[in-house]
Write a protein that binds this ligand. Structure first.
Ligand SMILES: Cc1cc2nc3c(=O)[nH]c(=O)nc-3n(C[C@H](O)[C@H](O)[C@H](O)COP(=O)(O)OP(=O)(O)OC[C@H]3O[C@@H](n4cnc5c(N)ncnc54)[C@H](O)[C@@H]3O)c2cc1C
Length: 475
């Protein structure tokens, strides 16, 4: 079997096929140091259904904090997926994702991937107890880099060959065309081919073409290698397009970040603590409900909202009450773009935005706050009402200088449009029939995510569909 792409989805397919006795060759476009695609850039967060802390103890590594942890059962994965995708996702695909989620993670553990509870990202501590929030608790030890390294070690153990610097640029029935350094092609054939080469988020022309104007100037959070050629090639040979081709996952990202992902800092340009602050544009106006829901259910759609603002930038604003709540691993990252001032007027001037309007925005906001008390671990109902743009939870007044601002822009994570597959990850043609030798998994598959996305679902989807692809391709 040939797998195209050595990210989490492709490696999951490779493990499953090897488990069934197939010989497996993984073709990866990038050099070894970039191996792992977007999967290497992740926090390693993986969403699964579970029955609470006791149910997870066989999956995650020991931690002395377990004894003082509140982690309720999570059985709302399907409902969360349906809610944030506005009911547009394929219900059969959602059933597969949710139904396989717990088994797939335990299976991945059996392939050498180590899991832990993500206290630093998904829990708040109060009076010595940790409370997990937002349906997401489990992550890979050492994040995305750990995941990719653990999978590479397992591939060596299982005798799976991963060939780097081997870009696939063509598909023929039962085979792939690999571009050679001399510009020519080598044809490699196999009984089945699994496509796992990611979406088209790193291709500015395809972004502008499918996502719309200005998407070419968005920053890319992850690998520069997911440029969509394998996806286009599959369409060319008759595979059916599926899902939300004008939609993507995009977040608020440090405005000073490089144009594509940074191997050292990876995920640390993320600016995810906006629910405890406010976000304004260069006119000094708020434009999103920062507290609409837990961050896990809003972050993936707010990148696009920032891109719609003048110059595609915005400014997250906090004061000395909210600064201690910022997720330090990201906001304190080396080179983080940060501006501090003793008054809102000075802050606005330093940011070169409408400072007078910023002052008015904050005083209107502070005056509109009702409810509470503040509790970041639940939807606390501490809200700002009666404004053109309300804030539904965690509406702490901004009144304790010095004030701190973090300029953000849109960072695209991955695209939602892709190929159509059935429950065995077989690629379907335009008549809805499986192409017998062709399978697909991961970002390159469409149909699961529309408009938005519940955090931690991408890796789980890659493993769920990768595992199914590997089994079906060797059946
Ligand atoms: C910064 C960041 C943080 C994230 N955090 C999380 C998280 O915590 N949890 C979560 O669930 N999701 C997260 N995601 C999303 C997650 O990365 C993806 O959903 C998931 O990794 C996709 O896996 P994949 O295997 O489909 O793609 P990838 O991991 O991107 O793998 C695709 C591979 O295909 C290769 N390739 C591309 N073109 C070719 C070609 N022509 N020939 C051969 N190989 C090719 C690429 O080089 C790459 O190695 C994050 C993404 C980013 C960018």
């Amino acid at each position: 079997m040939i797998v195209v792409g050595a990210g989490n989805a492709g490696m999951s397919a490779a493990f499953a096929a090897r488990e069934r006795g197939a010989s497996v060759l993984v073709l990866e476009k990038a050099a070894r140091e970039w191996a792992g695609g977007n999967s290497a850039f992740t926090a390693g967060a993986m969403r699964l259904e579970h029955g609470g802390l006791a149910d997870l103890l066989d999956l995650v590594e020991g931690d002395e904090r377990h004894a003082v942890t509140d982690l309720p059962p999570y059985t709302e994965f399907a409902a969360d997926l349906e809610r944030v995708t506005l009911g547009r996702g394929d219900p059969d695909m959602a059933r597969v994702l949710v139904g396989d989620s717990a088994a797939a993670l335990r299976w991945l553990k059996g392939r050498g991937v180590r899991f832990r509870l993500m206290y630093e990202r998904q829990a708040y501590e109060r009076d010595g107890r940790w409370t997990f929030w937002g349906g997401l608790a489990v992550g890979v030890v050492d994040g995305g880099r750990g995941l990719v390294d653990q999978q590479a070690a397992a591939a060596r153990r299982f005798g799976i060959e991963v060939r780097h610097e081997s870009p696939v640029e063509g598909l023929v029935p039962g085979g792939v065309l690999v571009r050679l350094p001399n510009g020519g092609f080598q044809e490699l054939r196999a009984r089945s081919i699994v496509l796992a080469a990611g979406g088209f988020e790193s291709n500015p022309a395809l972004r502008a073409g499918y996502l719309g104007p200005n998407w070419d100037v968005a920053k890319v959070r992850g690998t520069p290698f997911n440029t969509g050629e394998v996806l286009l090639e599959a369409l060319e040979i008759g595979a059916a397009p599926y899902g939300n081709w004008s939609g993507c996952h995009a977040i608020q990202w440090d405005a000073g970040a490089p144009p594509t992902g940074d191997l050292e800092l990876t995920n640390r340009f993320s600016r995810q603590s906006y629910p405890v602050g406010i976000v304004v544009n260069s006119r000094g106006e708020r434009f999103i409900d920062e507290g609409k829901d837990f961050r896990n259910y809003t972050y993936a759609e707010y990148g696009a909202e920032v891109l719609r603002q003048p110059n595609g930038v915005a400014f997250q604003i906090f004061d000395q009450r909210s600064v201690p709540l910022l997720r330090g691993i990201d906001y304190d990252a080396p080179g983080s773009t940060r501006v501090e001032a003793g008054s809102l007027r000075e802050l606005g001037e330093a940011l070169r935005i409408d400072a007078e309007r910023l002052e008015r925005t904050v005083s209107d906001f502070n005056a509109a706050i009702v409810g509470g008390p503040f509790d970041p671990a639940v939807k606390d109902g501490l809200r700002a009402e009666g404004l053109a743009v309300p804030k539904s939870n965690w509406a702490l007044a901004l009144d304790t200088p010095p004030y701190v601002a973090f300029p953000v822009t849109c960072g695209i994570t991955f695209t939602f449009g892709g190929l159509r597959v059935d429950g065995d990850a077989r690629v379907l043609d335009l008549s809805g029939r499986p192409i017998p030798w062709l399978f697909a998994c991961g970002e390159l598959v469409g149909g699961l995510f529309f408009h938005n996305y519940p955090g931690g679902s991408g890796l789980t989807a890659g493993t769920v569909y990768g595992r199914r692809a590997g089994y079906a391709a060797t059946a």
